[in-house]
Design a protein around this ligand. Structure first.
Ligand code: PLP
Length: 409
C-alpha cells in the first residue's frame, strides 16, 4: 500500500482557470456564431513573438551542440557563468549582488514552489489577498496549512488584505510571521510598491527575523523611475530577502522557460539547534541534488536579452503591452469604471459596477461583450468585486476589447 501525501486532498481542485474554461466552453457551444470573435484577456500569457536576438542566440547554441568540438552535456546546476554574470551586470549593477548569488532555473513558478524544500515546519507564513495561487497551493501541498474554509482561506496562513484603501500593498501585520510572499509589480492587481512601502516591509522582516520571498516577475514593466525594480534597492534587504525573477514576461519566455532566484549570502534561517544557516548554501545543496541546470540554448537565449539588440527588442515588447494597458485603462475609465494597476504592470484591475460580483462581471463580459476576463475573486476573497484584464494581447484585439467595453457596458 502506497500512502499518498494527504495534503494534496486539501487543495481546492484548481478552481479558477478550469471554471473559466468550463464557462467559456459552454458559452461557445451554445453560441457557435460568436466563438470565432471571442477575445481572451484572461490568462496572463504573452502573445507576441520571441525577440529576434533571442531566436538567433538559440539557433547558434543549437548549432554548437551539433558539432563535436563545441558540444556540451550537463551544465552547471546553478546556471552558466555567462548568464549569471550578464544578470548581475544588467539587473544588479551597484546593488552588491554577485554572480554566485544567482541560481538559474526553468521558471519562477517552480522556484517559488520549490523554495519551500529548504524551510522547516512550523513557520508562520503570510500571503497577500488577492494572491498568485502558486504561493498558497505549494504551502498546502507541503503541509504548512490546515483545511480551507468556505471562502478558500487555509487555516494556518496569514492573509494580508490588499484593497483600494491600501493601494493594494498590504499593511504591516501586528503579529509576528516568519515568511512573507510579496509580488510587485503585482499579479493580479497590477499595483506597484513604493520605496517607502518596501522599506517598511524590510524593516518589519529584520525586526521579526523573517524572510521576504520577493517575486519581481514583472519588474521590466515598471515605467515610473521612483518605483524600485529590485528589493535589493532597499537597505537591509540583503539580510532578509530572496528575489525571484523570470524571462517569461519581459522576453516572452513563457514557452521556452528561464528564470532565476537571487539569494545573498547574508540571508539566514535558524536550525533546530539555534544555529544560523545560510539560505543560499541550502539552496545550492538542494539545486545540485534535484536539478541539472536549465537548457544551454535557452540560457544563451536569455543572455541575448542583455545584448544591445535584445534590450531594444524587450523595450519594444514592454512598450507594446504597456500601450495596451493604457488603452484598456482609458476605455474602462471612460465608461465610468474604477480602474487600478496597468501603469507599472501589464494587468488592469477594475472594480465591478455597483452590485455585480466578480463572476457576475465575468458572465456579463462573456455573454454581452464576447470577451474573457478573470474574476478577481479567483485570486482570493479580497479580490471579490474586481476583475482583471490582461494587457498581453495584440493591439488589434485590445482595440476591439475597448470598443466592446464602450458598446456593452
Ligand atoms: C508569470 C509569473 C511568474 C513567472 O513564472 P514562470 O514560471 O517563470 O513563467 C512568476 N510570478 C508571477 C506572479 C507571475 O505572474
Amino acid at each position: 500500500m502506497a500512502r499518498i501525501n494527504d495534503n494534496f486532498l486539501k487543495l481546492k481542485a484548481g478552481y479558477l482557470f478550469p471554471e473559466i474554461g468550463r464557462r467559456v466552453g459552454a458559452y461557445a457551444d451554445a453560441n457557435p456564431d460568436k466563438a470565432a470573435s471571442l477575445i481572451k484577456c484572461g490568462i496572463g500569457d504573452v502573445t507576441e513573438p520571441l525577440p529576434a536576438a533571442v531566436r538567433e542566440a538559440i539557433h547558434t547554441a543549437v548549432d554548437e551542440l551539433g558539432n563535436r568540438d563545441t558540444f556540451r552535456g550537463y551544465g552547471p546546476e546553478q546556471g552558466y557563468d555567462f548568464l549569471r554574470e550578464a544578470i548581475v551586470e544588467n539587473c544588479y549593477a551597484d546593488l552588491n549582488i554577485s554572480a554566485n548569488d544567482i541560481f538559474i532555473s526553468d521558471g519562477s513558478k517552480c522556484d517559488t514552489g520549490n523554495i519551500l524544500d529548504i524551510f522547516g515546519k512550523g513557520n508562520k507564513i503570510a500571503v497577500t489577498d488577492p494572491v498568485y495561487p502558486v504561493y498558497v497551493d505549494t504551502n498546502v501541498m507541503i503541509g504548512n496549512t490546515g483545511e480551507a474554509d468556505e471562502e478558500g482561506r487555509y487555516e494556518g496562513l496569514v492573509y494580508l488584505p490588499c484593497t483600494a484603501e491600501n493601494d493594494f500593498v498590504p499593511a504591516i501585520p501586528d503579529e509576528k510571521v516568519d515568511i512573507i510572499y510579496l509580488c510587485y509589480p503585482n499579479n493580479p492587481s497590477g499595483a506597484s510598491a513604493t520605496r517607502e512601502q518596501l522599506t517598511a516591509w524590510v524593516t518589519y522582516a529584520k525586526e521579526n527575523d523573517a524572510i521576504i520571498l520577493y517575486d519581481a516577475a514583472y519588474e521590466a514593466f515598471i515605467q515610473d523611475d521612483d518605483v524600485p525594480r529590485s528589493i535589493y534597492e532597499i537597505e537591509g534587504a540583503h539580510e532578509c530577502a530572496l528575489e525571484f525573477r523570470s524571462f517569461s514576461k519581459n522576453g516572452g519566455f513563457t514557452g521556452i522557460r528561464c528564470a532565476y532566484i537571487t539569494i545573498p549570502e547574508t540571508v539566514t534561517g535558524v536550525s533546530a539547534t539555534g544555529e544560523r544557516i545560510s539560505i543560499k548554501q541550502l539552496w545550492a545543496r538542494r539545486t545540485s541534488t534535484k536539478f541539472n541546470g536549465a537548457s544551454y540554448p535557452i540560457q544563451r537565449g536569455a543572455e541575448a536579452i542583455f545584448s544591445d539588440a535584445g534590450k531594444a527588442q524587450v523595450v519594444a515588447l514592454v512598450d507594446h503591452y504597456m500601450g495596451n494597458a493604457k488603452l484598456l485603462r482609458e476605455a474602462c475609465t471612460e465608461i465610468g469604471l474604477k480602474v487600478f494597476g496597468g501603469e507599472n504592470a501589464p494587468y488592469v484591475w477594475v472594480a465591478c459596477p455597483e452590485g455585480l460580483t466578480s463572476w457576475d462581471m465575468f458572465d456579463k463580459m462573456l455573454t454581452e461583450a464576447n470577451v474573457v476576463i478573470t474574476p478577481g475573486s479567483g485570486f482570493g476573497a479580497a479580490g471579490e468585486g474586481y476583475f482583471r484584464i490582461s494587457a498581453f494581447n495584440s493591439r488589434e484585439n485590445v482595440k476591439e476589447v475597448c470598443k466592446r467595453l464602450k458598446a456593452y457596458l
